[in-house]
Every structure is written in C-alpha cells, then in structure tokens.
Design a protein around this ligand. Sequence first.
Ligand SMILES: O=C(NCCCOCn1ccc2cnccc21)c1cc(-c2ccc(F)cc2)cc(O)c1O
Ligand SMILES: [Mg+2]
Length: 214
Amino acid sequence: TQSTRPQRLLGAVQKNATRGDPRSVVRAIDHFCRHKEWAMNVGDEKGCILDSVVSEVNPAAVLELGTYCGYSTVRIASLLPPHAKLITLEFNPDFAAIARQVIAWAGLEEKVQLVEGASGDWIPKMKEQFGVKTFDLVFLDHWKDRYLPDTKLMEECGLLRKGSVLLADNVICPGTPDYLEYVRSSPRYTSQYFKSHLEYTKVEDGLEKSVFLG
Ligand SMILES: O=C(NCCCOCn1ccc2cnccc21)c1cc(-c2ccc(F)cc2)cc(O)c1O
Ligand SMILES: [Mg+2]
C-alpha cells in the first residue's frame, strides 16, 4: 500500500540521521523537505528564530500546540535545560505515531510528553493531568483559527504568568489575522514580529513573539 508523506519523512530520518543526535535529525528533515517533498515543519529559517527565543527564555515548562512529525519538538527539546519538560499536543493520530518515532530517534523521549487530542479539550486539563503550574513558553503551530481561542483559554485557565512567552508560527501564511490583532492591541501583551519565509519557500511568513504581562 502507498506510504504517507510523514512515513517517508520518518524514513529519511532513520536513513540519514544518527540516533541520539537531534541536530542530525533536524538536518535530515530539512534536506528531505527542501529536496524531496515539502512538508509543514517550521523549517530551518524560522527554526533559527525559534531556537533563539527558546535559548533566551530558557524555559522549564513548554507547551507546543501542533506536533506534526516532531521537527520543532526536537528543535525545542534539544535546547531545554535538564529537568525541563515539553508537552506537545497533536490532533492527528497518524502524525502523532510518526512524531513519537522521530522524537525517539533524536533520543529526546525523556524531555517530551506527546499528548493526542484537541487543544480545546486538553488545555483546561493541563494542571490536573500533568501537574503544570504555568507555561514559560508556548509554541502555537496548530489550526490557525484556534490560536486566538486557545490563547484566551490559556489565560482563563491560569496557564500563563507575568513574562510567559507565546511564539506563533504562520502569522502571515496561512495567516492568523484575529490572533495578530488581539496580541498586538491588547494591553496584556507586548508583541514583536520576526519576518521570515514560509518553510522551504520564498513566500513571506513570520513568527510573532508575544510576552504576557499578567
Ligand atoms: O496547517 C498548518 N498547521 C496545522 C496542522 C494541523 O494542526 C491540527 N492540530 C495540531 C494539534 C492540534 C490541537 N488541537 C486542535 C488541532 C490541532 C500549517 C500549514 C502550512 C501551510 C502553508 C502554506 C500552504 F500552501 C499549505 C500549508 C504551514 C505551516 O507551517 C503550518 O503549521
Ligand atoms: Mg507551522
């Protein structure tokens, strides 16, 4: 039977990356997506911006909304201090199954908890289910029309503290206009746009970094 693109991406990781070497996993995925098949990973250009924000925040607790094949999960987890935890949420069970194997190949299982399901269902249960107090960093990369409702939900559930950083992918392409309007106009956030390009293309895209002011 036909393989899926995520399965072929995993094959490229297992063929070209070294077990336990997160950077080689990232490099293998970027090479596959640039030269073989495009896929919706944050990619190498926006990935460098992601890396710099993660390093600056040096988070103990991270939430990623949208795992896909685990590319940004591996980038983030490889930069976390010891004992820091990354919870990543994926709606699609087939994507989740591939991501688990990519994360394992990178040797980062200890730092990552992959949860399957919808953000609207899981965000209200984060504290009781995972013993989370607040998130130091949230990477939004899931359905673009869920960025705003889920940000409001995280506020309501007390998952953000003064200084929590939201980093949102795709604020230009595919675009998240209602979310951008909200974080840029709300007195409760300080927002900054990092201009870049849609992964593996010349199309404009960017990341929006928003600091919650409490
Ligand atoms: O659609 C995208 N990502 C989202 C996937 C589903 O996420 C669903 N999902 C994952 C957890 C989760 C939790 N709760 C609900 C839904 C939840 C996405 C799309 C593009 C893109 C840009 C141009 C094109 F021509 C075509 C596609 C680029 C990106 O970087 C993206 O991230
Ligand atoms: Mg994205």
